[in-house]
Design a protein around this ligand. Structure first.
Ligand code: FEO
Ligand code: CA
Ligand code: CA
Ligand code: CA
Length: 603
């Protein structure tokens, strides 16, 4: 049941049409302003952004990174005009990041500083910001500002801490690792910390000597890493080669990749704090991590998706009960990880992945799968989930929990490899994706069962489906594909962001990637925002008053080659009708969206 005093929201804006303009498009009466683009100086000596791509690695370590993604606003003193904006930098687009793209000779990265810069363009940014006027924000050059990168020292906590499979030359006792990579979506905690989620980390590593299951099941490369960082001399780069090279694990980097694939907790209010890999939440291609409304004296529950074809949806239930007075990150080190099974009758079960659970051990025995301890279960979370016959899903991306009803929504972005449809993944293949939602039994987030339905089948004017009547397609104002980012604001509006790629993005009927708003109760969907060319809209949060919205635009001009840019956003003065290939290089950036009348966004 909804909390007392909650009334369902009604969308109060005019939908925007699909477009391929190299600009930001918002409804009439709204304004969008770019903010914090790639290379913006935020800390240290505040080195200026160089528009020709010649910033060094050391400079990049003090600037906004690339591919802005999941993001949260931490108000300072409850303020809606002053706070910490914390965001992920998922990956890099080399032709845009460097003056002339990445330098590689015979498969070797020959300019080590380019690699340093690439690692520095990954990770997380913490930026103190303040509003100077309606819709205008500035960076506060204060002590909170911080870049966390692919090289920042981190602690390993939870059941995998000290495990033999995370012992490396850098950390012979398996308690530490360096860096966070491919930070896609995010989360935050009831105790006011940030969670960053490691998604497609596996491909950054290469193993040429035979992959153990905790490498192969996740796709660690076998010939070269994604950006060939391993080809640069020096222990901080060679660690990306996880081949067996020495007599023991503490003398080489065979286990380096096992320090990745986790949810990482960061305290944005303590700039000296060490980020912590919270291993109890499982290891997979983590998209995001969202918690259910907390109840004093009850466990805290986090929902997570594994964004890969035919992977799973998980939840973590803390062993300790929540107390606002004492809750902290140690709650994330002890609890039970569950994986979801969606049954055809509209019910579902949460299946424990717990070395001490009799049903789990029976499933392992029946399938002939063995784990040495809970750390081994967590290092091989996907295998554990498959062992209990969880439901393979169409690429679980973001989840959102309704703050008033506790209903949980998850995007399933698409799945070209599905050959057999099931009730929860009803299209085979599924080119457009859909959104599933469920309600936990007894409205208890820690329950072991739930009831689910499909909120929307994304797609075209002829191949899509509405809430309550999946045979009724979406209209012009609502069609979209590949739903990814998802958030329910304090007023109960469900925000849906798209991540179309390939021909769907380039020539489909949907225009550029976009953000739509939905009414959870009625299923009404209306397009609110379209981003510039070739970007992905991902990451959304408002200030507590709902009057300033921050939205991230990742990889504009994605198909650029050096000197031939396919977007000039946001540095070229608007408007223009065609992209200038030799114009300003595109920059990933946040946009600030406000209503010109100062009202609450979306209503
Ligand atoms: Fe980085 Fe699943 O999107
Ligand atoms: Ca992304
Ligand atoms: Ca995503
Ligand atoms: Ca995606």
């Amino acid at each position: 049941p909804a909390a007392p005093g909650f009334s369902e929201p009604k969308l109060g804006f005019q939908a925007v049409a699909v477009t391929r303009a190299d600009t930001t498009t918002v409804p009439a009466g709204y304004t969008a302003t770019p903010f914090l683009p790639l290379g913006t100086p935020i800390c240290g000596t505040y080195p200026e952004y160089k528009p020709d791509g010649t910033n060094t690695g050391a400079e990049q370590e003090q600037q906004m990174g690339m591919c802005h993604d999941g993001m949260h606003f931490f108000p300072i003193g409850g303020s809606s005009t002053h706070g910490l904006l914390v965001m992920n930098h998922e990956y890099i687009v080399q032709p845009v990041l460097h003056a002339n793209g990445a330098t590689t000779v015979g498969g070797i990265r020959t300019v080590p500083d380019e690699v340093r810069k690439e690692i520095a363009a990954h990770g997380v940014a913490v930026v103190e910001i303040r509003s100077t006027a309606h819709g205008q924000w500035e960076i506060v050059r204060g002590a909170y500002n911080r870049r966390i990168t692919g090289a920042t020292p981190m602690a390993i906590r939870g059941p995998v801490r000290g495990h033999e499979k995370v012992r490396t030359k850098y950390s012979p006792d398996g308690t530490r690792t360096r860096g966070t990579l491919n930070n896609c979506a995010h989360g935050y905690t009831p105790w006011n910390t940030y969670l960053t989620c490691e998604e497609n980390w596996a491909g950054y590593f290469v193993n040429k000597t035979g992959r153990p299951r905790e490498h192969s099941r996740y796709g660690v490369a076998t010939s070269s890493g994604r950006y060939r960082w391993e080809t640069v001399a020096g222990d901080e780069y060679e660690r990306f080669d996880v081949s067996v090279k020495a007599a023991s694990a503490s003398e080489d980097y065979r286990n380096e990749v096992n320090g990745f694939g986790w949810v990482v907790e960061i305290d944005p209010f303590d700039p000296d704090s060490t980020p912590i890999k919270r291993t109890a939440l499982g290891r997979f291609a983590h998209e995001g991590c969202v918690y259910a409304p907390v109840v004093e004296g009850r466990p805290v529950v986090f929902y997570m998706g594994d964004d890969s074809q035919n992977e799973y949806i998980y939840k973590f239930v803390t062993r300790a009960n929540y107390s606002a007075a004492t809750a902290n990150g140690s709650m994330l080190d002890d609890g039970t990880l569950y994986v979801a099974r969606f049954d055809a009758d509209g019910s579902g079960r949460w299946l424990a992945l717990d070395f001490n659970n009799a049903d789990f051990l029976a499933a392992c025995l029946a399938k002939g799968v063995s784990f040495s301890d809970q750390g081994d279960v967590l290092l091989n979370t996907r295998l554990a989930a498959a062992t209990v016959d969880a439901t393979p899903m169409d690429r679980p991306e973001w989840g959102a929990v309704h703050p008033h009803t506790g209903e949980v929504y998850f995007t399933l972005t698409n799945n070209s490899s599905r050959t057999v449809a099931d009730a929860a993944n009803p299209r085979a293949p599924n080119p457009y994706g859909h959104i599933v939602r469920w309600r936990e039994t007894g409205n208890d987030a820690a329950a072991l069962s739930f009831e689910w339905d499909i909120f929307v089948l994304s797609g075209t004017l002829t191949d899509s489906g509405k809430l309550g009547d999946a045979t009724q397609p979406l209209g012009e104002d609502a069609i979209h594909a590949s739903p990814d980012g998802l958030w329910i604001d304090p007023n109960g509006i469900l925000w849906i962001q798209t991540d179309m790629s390939g021909s769907q993005q380039g020539s489909g009927p949907f225009g550029e990637n976009q953000m739509l708003a939905a009414e959870p109760a009625t299923g009404e969907i209306r397009r609110f925002y379209v981003g510039p060319r070739e970007q992905e809209v991902t990451g959304v949060i408002t200030t507590p008053d709902g009057k300033t919205m921050f939205v991230n635009n990742q990889h504009p001009g994605d198909r650029s080659t050096p000197g031939n840019f396919t977007s000039n956003w946001p540095d070229r003065p608007q408007p223009y009708t065609t992209v200038d290939p030799s114009g300003p290089r595109p920059r990933c950036a946040t946009v600030i969206i406000t209503r010109n009348d100062g009202g609450v966004i979306g209503l």
